[in-house]
Design a protein around this ligand. Structure first.
Ligand code: ARG
Length: 684
């Protein structure tokens, strides 16, 4: 007893063997001989971190005892001390309770063998080997908050998009720190707001505006920060500091209210735990700095275009289309200007203005008027013609466009309208009479009537058919081609020079032949046009007669009445002073054929019209003058259907007139080919 007590007090001989290789073998002392009594042997295995250890016993033979109290082998690893083991391998592992293999996830293992002072039999101990094995850390404990990637000897954490790996290399959080807000007004929200905020994040925001201004914070009502089980703000926390003032911690579902004006610097801290259980918060901050108005000048265009502008903001000012930026100090137009929002909430823009573009005076319209109240952008000019002698053709209303051009309203067309002469107007009512057997006309009855006098002294009439052309008879020019013309008169006495219509040229029908002495009269194609040197100004006393419509070439219906006019011979005077007029009917050509033409036989054709009645006729000196009929479709208009051409020796029954409708094509063509005047710009 004493001895045993003594022996128990004696510590067994002990030693430690360090194993550092990736694999190795070890066995009890003297193996495969019997192990010594009273000993303790420890093997300490260490492999590089990131590896685990697999330990296998290949053979084992240790004195069995209750609870393996006498001799045993004991394993310590992963902070666990396994129960001591003993017993023998009999070649059948199933009968042996000793685990053959151990695995650790840590990189360290300690194996201790102990024997007591006496062995009743001889036991050989054990033999074992170990290898370092890779540990799948990801499967074992998932150390990463998002994704874990195992590799031999370690693992790597990665994060979902939008997250970054934090310093500990395991947790994923969002990058939400360091942001500094320097504008005088703004919006700050938790990451991902109003979706769930990120877990494992520490967010820090700073608002720093210019000194002297104060910051106001305003939480929007949607507020949601996770609380702990006791309703305390320990899970996720929002804290706000400004100078000495501190607000928070805030959590829960009710948005905090901060009524104070804070200093010019505010810090916002928001930290979240591993869960990210909340949808966060939103702060709209404002400041005591005055904002500048969003409109700087009337009609301006700002760049950038913001919904508000704060002190120190700069913006480029231009003017909207149709306006130009004017520098009132330098008194010049500029493309744009940079202006700044000042401390008092105004822009330094007082010397600029957007002025509407000026189209200048619209072009004058011949025989018409402009009517404009202003010549700047979007103002209108309405053209009107001198009614009722001219009628407007084309666009009447023009607008000053952004391009500084006058354009027809709603188009980009700058083509001016035309004031076209109104034809066929007469002041006559039913006051009829006769030329040969006629009555004196009043001014305005036959405003188209003109008087011709050729340079060799021949006199006749003509009819204005536009403001620049006179229709007359070709035979008047048998002698001289040159002629003077007077219009707008009825009284030949004291003809004033301003009633003269200067002539540019005379155009005779190409098939007309002058009357040759001695041969039979041939007044075929007795038609001519006289072009005036300038367009005549039309009015009540001078305005054109209408030309027939195209295709009015058939013989005129007998019985139709028309007016003849002229200063030709009357029953009482060879040269009357006043223009005479009479109404005569169209008659059949046989009436004209049956008269005496000094015994000669003139040629009669379909290009002629016979008109007159006993007692009423045209006569010498009326040649070239018109025979006008009322336009059946427009009864207020008169159309020239005949030209006084020739007649029998004795006036007073019937006369022959050129059938104007047969020459319309030549008339129109001649007027068009020669129808431009030097002082006029040619228009399309
Ligand atoms: N050839 C004449 C002249 O030169 C016109 C004669 C008209 N005669 C007549 N009976 N209608 O004036």
């Amino acid at each position: 007893m004493w001895l045993s007590l003594f022996l128990l007090l004696l510590p067994p001989a002990s030693s430690t063997i360090s194993l550092r290789d990736l694999q190795g073998r070890f066995a009890t002392p003297d193996y495969p001989q019997g192990y010594p009594n009273d000993m303790s042997q420890t093997w300490e295995i260490k492999v590089p971190s990131g590896y685990g250890i697999q330990l296998s016993f290949t053979y084992i033979d240790i004195e069995p005892s209750a609870n393996c109290a006498y001799d045993n082998v004991q394993i310590q690893a992963d902070e666990a001390l396994y129960p001591p083991s003993c017993g023998s391998w009999t070649g059948d592992w199933k009968k042996f309770h000793f685990p053959r293999e151990y695995h650790t996830s840590g990189n360290w293992m300690r194996v201790t063998f102990r024997s007591d002072f006496s062995n009743e039999e001889r036991y050989t101990g054990f033999s074992a080997y170990y290898t370092a094995v890779d540990v799948n850390e990801c499967e074992e404990s998932n150390p990463c908050s998002h994704f874990c990637n195992n590799h031999i000897g370690g693992f790597l954490c990665t994060c979902r998009p939008g997250y970054v790996l934090q310093e500990n290399q395991r947790l994923c959080g969002v990058r939400c720190s360091g942001e500094i807000f320097t504008r005088f007004k703004g919006l700050i929200t938790s990451p991902n707001y109003p979706e769930h905020y990120a877990e494992n994040s520490k967010c820090h925001y700073t608002i720093r505006i210019e000194q002297g201004f104060q910051i106001m914070l305003n939480f929007t009502s949607h507020f949601n920060i996770e609380r702990d089980a006791f309703g305390q703000c320990t899970a996720d926390v929002l804290k706000i500091t400004s100078g000495q003032k501190e607000y928070g911690p805030f959590c829960g579902n009710r948005a905090p209210v901060i009524r104070d004006h804070l200093s010019n610097v505010v810090e916002i801290h928001f930290s979240t735990n591993g869960e990210g259980e909340g949808t966060g918060w939103k702060i709209m901050y404002s400041s005591t700095a005055k904002q500048c108005p969003v409109e700087i000048l009337e009609h301006n265009v700002l760049q950038p275009k913001n919904s508000d502008y704060d002190y120190k903001d700069s913006v480029r000012v231009r003017c909207e289309s149709g306006y130009e930026l004017h520098d009132n100090v330098r008194n010049q137009y500029i493309d744009s200007a940079m202006v700044h929002c000042q401390k008092d909430g105004t822009w330094n823009s007082s010397w600029y203005s957007c002025r509407p573009v000026d189209c200048g005076n619209p072009m004058a319209l011949r025989n018409g008027k402009r009517n404009v109240t202003s010549t700047v952008y979007q103002f209108l000019n309405t053209y009107s013609c001198d009614e009722p002698y001219y009628k407007l053709e084309g666009n009447a209303i023009f607008e000053c466009a952004a391009t500084a051009d006058w354009v027809a309203v709603g188009t980009s067309d700058g083509t001016l309208p035309n004031c076209k002469p109104v034809c066929g107007r007469t002041a006559i009512s039913d006051d009829t009479g006769r030329v040969f057997g006629g009555k004196p006309a009043r001014l305005g009855y036959f405003p188209w009537q003109v008087r011709l006098r050729t340079y060799d002294g021949k006199v006749g009439g003509g009819a204005l058919v536009s403001d620049g052309w006179i229709l007359t008879a070709a035979h008047l020019f048998d002698g001289s081609r040159q002629t003077t013309v007077h219009g707008g008169i009825v009284n030949l006495q004291g003809l004033s020079p301003e009633k003269a219509l200067p002539v540019e040229d005379a155009f005779l029908h190409p098939n007309y032949r002058p009357q040759a002495d001695g041969s039979e009269p041939n007044f075929e194609h007795d038609v001519a046009l006289v072009k005036l040197r300038a367009r005549a100004k039309l009015g009540a006393n001078l305005s054109p007669v209408c030309l027939p419509a195209a295709g009015e070439t058939s013989p005129l219906r007998a019985g139709r009445l028309g007016y003849i006019t002229g200063w030709g011979k009357t029953e009482v005077r060879d040269r009357p002073i006043f223009l005479q007029y009479a109404e005569v009917p169209v008659v059949g050509m046989d009436k004209c054929r049956g008269l005496d033409y000094r015994g000669k036989r003139p040629r009669f054709t379909d290009n002629m019209v016979c008109a007159g009645q006993p007692g009423t006729d045209s006569c010498q000196g009326d040649s070239g003058g018109p025979f006008v009929l009322r336009d059946l479709r427009h009864p207020s208009r008169h159309v020239v259907r005949g030209i006084v051409s020739f007649g029998p020796q004795q006036c007073g029954s019937y006369g022959v007139y050129t059938h104007v409708g047969r020459y319309l094509a030549w008339i129109v063509k001649t007027m068009r080919e020669h129808g431009s005047w030097e002082d006029e710009e040619t228009r399309a």
